[in-house]
Design a protein around this ligand. Structure first.
Ligand code: ADP
Ligand code: DP6
Ligand code: CO
Length: 350
């Protein structure tokens, strides 16, 4: 099953013109996203091919803005949030080796200037918006004019979750079957829920001790509970599709929360154990369960980090802002509503 026949460079090369022509400067924004049905585990690590399909919601204005311009010094430079990083840092190395896939040994010294308006490497999906914005900026910089599906597959090779950040709104990343992974990319769903809100409960914005990549590798290799994950993820994905087409917010929230807790159960069952939670994560979970007992429709999901993302409807926003001081609220469909309204189906959750 684990074939490593295709390298990222082989695959990208197929889509490049004979002669690359660079523009003066390119800039792209990509939203971060939060999965309602999680990607956890790879069937192939070179290309980030997943064990299961996943489905997410993009976080509108929260994400990464990346600019690419020529470097006058002749050396590559990577700037994160205004700070020049050492070229040997792992962040800069990953960015440079991704850009190298497109330069293929040709001399195009570049400045990659990137800004995250979400915390970096803290379980708030910076790798998703980061690699999606980088892929889009490269596409513009070298005037490649690649279709979104190809950009999504390329972004996936930088970080799996980035495949979904090429699109806004609800997005499904279908795992695909092909060995070269080119059918493993995301699709935007033709549904909008204008009153859906995502609230970020920031328990800690520190860089996590174990990044998502090593965390999922450890889980696949050591957690026997992981065996049940692919079937559960497939089932949850079906249920989420159903909830979306029924406009059933409670079902969507419940399945997303169950899916997140099941993924965390596989992490905890790894060895050495992986517990991304902090005491305040558990305090927040208990508060959410108490609110639900009291009749407030609020659910949560969590990625590989201590922060919670609340799922609720606009009518409960004021109450939840009081219950969770400092809650950062995102309206995922605010920007896309006017852009997509002629082509998308508005399903108001019941
Ligand atoms: P997160 O939960 O934030 O996605 P990960 O462990 O998955 O955490 O990924 C963090 C990594 O994502 C960083 O170490 C870096 O390699 C990459 N990354 C984050 N932001 C950017 C960005 N703006 N541009 C390119 N890569 C980024
Ligand atoms: C828990 O996409 O960050 O957020 O592909 O190794 O870069 P790599 O991992 P990454 O993993 C995300 C895991 C998750 C779930 C999800 O976003 O679906
Ligand atoms: Co990530």
């Amino acid at each position: 099953m684990l074939t490593e026949n295709f390298t990222k460079a082989d695959i990208v090369a197929r889509y490049l013109p004979e002669k690359l022509i660079a523009t003066d400067q390119a800039e792209a924004f990509a939203p971060s996203n939060i999965a309602l049905c999680k990607y956890w585990g790879k069937r192939q690590s070179e290309l980030n091919l997943p064990v299961n399909s996943s489905l997410s919601i993009s976080l509108a204005h929260l994400g990464t803005r990346t600019q690419i311009r020529p470097s006058q010094t002749g050396e590559d430079q990577v700037v994160l949030n205004g700070q020049l990083l050492p070229v040997e840092s792992s962040f800069a190395c990953k960015v440079i080796s991704f850009v190298d896939l497109f330069r293929r040994g040709r001399s195009y010294p570049l400045i990659v200037d990137t800004r995250n308006n979400i915390p970096t490497a803290a379980g708030l999906a910076s790798s998703a918006s980061g690699f999606a914005a980088l892929t889009q900026a490269i596409n513009q910089y070298f005037q490649l004019q690649l279709p979104d599906a190809v950009l999504s597959a390329f972004a996936r090779m930088g970080s799996g979750s980035a495949s979904r950040s090429i699109y806004s709104g609800f997005v499904e990343w279908r795992m695909g079957l092909q060995e070269d992974g080119m059918d493993s990319h995301a699709y935007p769903l033709d549904i909008i829920w204008p009153d859906l809100r995502v609230g970020l409960v920031k328990v800690s914005t520190a860089v996590k001790a174990v990044d998502s990549r090593s965390g999922m590798k450890r889980t696949v290799e050591t957690a026997s509970l992981y065996q049940s994950w692919p079937a559960q993820a497939a089932q949850d994905l079906e249920k989420i599709h159903q909830a979306l087409s029924d406009g059933n917010f409670s079902e969507l929230g419940a399945v997303a929360e169950h899916n997140a807790m099941s993924m965390h159960a596989t992490m905890i069952a790894s060895w050495p154990p992986l517990l991304y939670w902090q005491p305040d994560s558990v305090v927040a979970m208990q508060k959410i369960w108490a609110l639900r007992e009291a009749g407030v429709e609020v659910y949560f999901t969590m990625d590989a980090g201590p922060n919670l993302k609340l799922l609720f409807q606009e009518k409960n926003q004021a109450l939840l802002e009081t219950e969770f001081p400092g809650l950062e609220v995102v309206a995922p469909f605010e920007a896309s509503e006017s852009l997509n309204s002629s082509t998308t189906t508005v399903k108001e959750p019941s």
